[in-house]
Write a protein that binds this ligand. Structure first.
Ligand code: ATP
Length: 363
């Protein structure tokens, strides 16, 4: 059995179903992030695991033991929140040692452990400073060290980097990953930031409206989204909605596109090809369509957005705007208003077939 198991968790607040039948297993030493838009139930899940919230149905098991009825302080979990929540009247070292003092550990052991943790978070020289003398990023490092001091069985992090500026966020998320891997600690990490989730997790849990949409390693939830929600929430994507033909094709805006080789969509069914902007190749329309590619569309370049390493081009294809990413260095090759060919390999696309209920107008 997995180290941490969430079994059929449901929770309602008044008329709001915050969680509906959430089941998840986390292995020892894994960092699993809960990713989704505001209100999808991430924090509620974390609070149930922490013991701050009681589920209406379902239970949480740690190492095979049911935690129902075990109060938060007896669960032995470390927590880091969005707001640093350090004790303002204690130095960084005193904050870090707090849990050990409460546990009445010998002074010598506390000193040694605090020293180790200050070194681990790269703040060996800042132990005597008070929180107001530390930057936001430093305070969050101290909060992390404080959570780790008690050698928690699980580390729970709720948007720990949201209040920090972009650069500090990137540095600190790498730090968190380094420390978590080095200590081999099991961690649940709540975030609404897909880049953060993809870059630091072993597995990502994509949530929407209190339910789990998909669980998988970052490459999988990005590269093989199983639902339109996952595809649209993680990264950008183009949706080419059409009607399937009998021979593995899709009729899309008067053109015939090939579906991925393994797609089995009955003829006549509505289907959507999902293609990432980086999977589309662009050629300037100076002649016949590019040969050797099954899926080719003609379009007009509408806008360009410089994103650093890549430039995102918006191309009007018969009234529908598609996004295409090209290397930044190529941006001048595509003049605004110019005609272009878009092409993509059918195998680089994913096909989504709406359920019969959705086609009938349900949700
Ligand atoms: P955010 O990123 O905005 O924190 P979230 O994904 O963490 O969102 P939750 O905080 O788990 O979402 O909330 C899920 C739903 O439950 C929301 O609709 C929220 O308004 C509601 N909710 C959460 N806690 C309470 C509460 N104590 N009382 C009433 N409603 C609540």
């Amino acid at each position: 059995m997995a180290f941490l198991v969430l079994e059929g968790l449901s929770k309602t607040f008044g008329h709001t179903a915050a969680l509906s039948d959430v089941t998840l297993s986390v292995e020892r030493g894994e960092l699993v992030s809960l990713l989704g838009p505001s209100g999808c139930g991430k924090t509620t899940t974390l609070r149930i695991v922490a013991g701050f919230e009681t589920p209406d149905r379902g239970r949480v098991l740690l190492d095979g033991r049911d935690l129902t009825g075990v109060p938060p302080e007896r669960r032995g979990f470390g927590m880091v929140f969005q707001h640093y929540s350090l004790f303002p009247n204690m130095t960084a070292a005193q904050n870090i040692g707090y849990g050990l003092r409460v546990a009445r550990r010998p002074a010598r052991e506390i000193r040694r452990r605090v020293g180790e943790l200050l070194e681990l978070i790269g703040l060996l020289d800042a132990g005597e400073r008070y929180p107001h003398q530390l930057s936001g990023g430093m305070q969050q490092r101290v909060a992390l060290a404080r959570a780790l001091a008690i050698e928690p069985r699980i580390l729970l992090l709720d948007e720990p980097l949201s209040a920090l500026d972009a650069k500090v966020r990137v540095t600190l998320r790498n730090e968190i990953r380094r420390i978590q891997t080095r200590l081999g600690i099991t961690a649940l990490y709540v975030t609404h930031d897909q880049e953060e989730a993809l870059s630091l997790s072993d597995r990502v849990v994509v949530m929407s409206r209190g339910c789990i949409e998909q669980v998988g390693p970052p490459e999988e939830v990005y590269g093989e989204p199983r639902t339109e929600f996952t595809a649209s929430f993680i990264g950008s994507m183009n949706r080419l909605a059409g009607v399937a033909g009998a021979d593995g094709t899709l009729a899309y805006r008067g053109q015939i596109l090939r579906l991925p080789p393994d797609a089995a969509v009955p003829a006549g069914r509505a289907a959507t090809l999902v293609v990432r902007p980086e999977a589309i190749t662009l050629t300037v329309d100076g002649g016949p369509p590019p040969s050797g590619r099954a899926n080719v569309l003609a379009g007009t370049l509408v806008t360009r957005t410089f994103l650093g390493p890549v430039v995102r081009l918006i191309v009007d294809v018969d009234g529908e705007y598609l996004s295409v990413d090209v290397p930044g260095a190529q941006r001048r090759a595509y003049p605004q208003g110019g005609r272009v060919w878009l092409s993509f390999d059918p195998g680089a696309a994913i096909v989504m077939v709406p359920s019969a209920a959705m086609e009938d107008g349900g949700t």
